[in-house]
Design a protein around this ligand. Structure first.
Ligand SMILES: [Zn+2]
Length: 329
């Protein structure tokens, strides 16, 4: 990867499946500071593929919250769902090259065939349908089922560097299995969508939440198979609740809308995030005020929680387990 150039590009990629909470604010501020401080283009892509969970109301809410924080982006924002054809085309290209195959297994069959630990995408796929069908059509005909398309994940170890977590070594087949590219309904998977979109937007550095550290290997596998270059990565440590649990989408009292309703000012929140992001002490400010001093390498590791009474972040009231460096699946 060459030094920052006119082609440098980052992205903000919120999912409109709920209101943004304080953890999103932290991640998006860091991504914004990083892109702006290296003069990279910054795109906003709204990841709306999960049609059952995403809504227009939440899209409006995401835009409102980002603007309230004082974040901007270059060009028009875009819905991820506008790029489905290109994603499907890339998946079919992999299939035509023998790098993806039809799978007619049900979730139940996969679960029954595999007793290995289950990741957040369910059980690791054991490869049952590898080499079984010539293509999607023949799989459909001979099984009477609508097939999914899975990528043929190579054997071997993959190494990548995360700028905040160091070098990661992943046995890809053991960790990822042959993960889906297209669902049985023909919808692009999250991994495929992200990889195609990042390439399409020329993203050379991905700054996102630490909960996505574990899916990075899958995305790098896809980038290599599709002939894309791999961006640099930085996974921002998560914000947790007072008990040390990762914030969910519906974190009561911690959405930006709720904080705003309680009278929290954006400058207050930006100042609080700056203080836990390696930036010089300052009480309040707009995102731009912190740009010149921002340094990705100075972001402290480990989780924080937000004390709404004090309107500031604190370390969790326990010593975090080692696993916090590796966000659990
Ligand atoms: Zn199968």
């Amino acid at each position: 990867m060459s030094a920052p150039s006119t082609a440098a590009a980052g992205r903000l990629a919120p999912s409109p499946s709920g209101r943004l909470h304080i953890g999103h604010a932290r991640t998006f501020l860091v991504a914004w500071w990083r892109a702006r401080s290296r003069q990279a283009k910054l795109t906003l892509r709204i990841e709306d593929l999960d049609a059952g969970r995403c809504s227009q109301e939440h899209i409006d809410g995401v835009l409102e919250d980002l603007e309230w924080l004082g974040l901007d982006w270059d060009g028009s924002w875009r819905l991820q769902s506008t790029g489905l054809d290109q994603m499907r085309a890339q998946a079919m290209d992999l299939a035509a090259r023998g790098l993806a195959y039809a799978c007619t297994c049900t979730r139940k069959e996969i679960a029954a065939a595999q007793s290995a630990p289950h990741g957040e995408e369910g059980p690791r796929y054991p490869g049952t349908c590898r080499g079984l069908y010539k293509d999607l059509d023949s799989a459909r005909r001979s099984s009477g089922r609508e097939p999914a398309l899975r990528v043929l994940v190579p054997e071997g170890e993959l190494h990548f560097v995360d700028q905040l977590h160091g070098t990661r070594a992943v046995n890809v087949q053991e960790t990822c299995g042959d993960f889906p590219l297209l669902t049985r309904g023909g919808e692009p998977s999250y991994q495929l969508a992200v990889v195609v979109d990042d390439a399409r937007d020329g993203v050379d550095e991905v700054v996102r939440g630490g909960d996505l550290l574990d899916v990075t290997a899958r995305q790098i596998v896809l980038q290599r198979l599709l002939g894309y270059s791999t961006p640099r990565y930085a996974h921002v440590p998560l914000i947790v609740d007072a008990q040390g649990t990762r914030l969910a989408k519906r974190s009561a009292g911690l959405t930006l809308a709720e904080l705003r309703a309680r009278g929290v000012r954006p400058s207050q929140l930006v100042g609080a995030v700056a203080r836990i992001s390696g930036l010089p002490e300052a009480q309040e400010g707009r995102p731009h005020d912190f740009c010149a001093a921002f340094d990705l390498e100075r972001i402290p590791a480990g989780p924080w929680w937000y004390d709404t009474d004090a309107s500031s972040f604190r370390r969790p009231p326990y010593s975090p387990p080692e696993a916090w460096a590796d966000v659990p699946e």
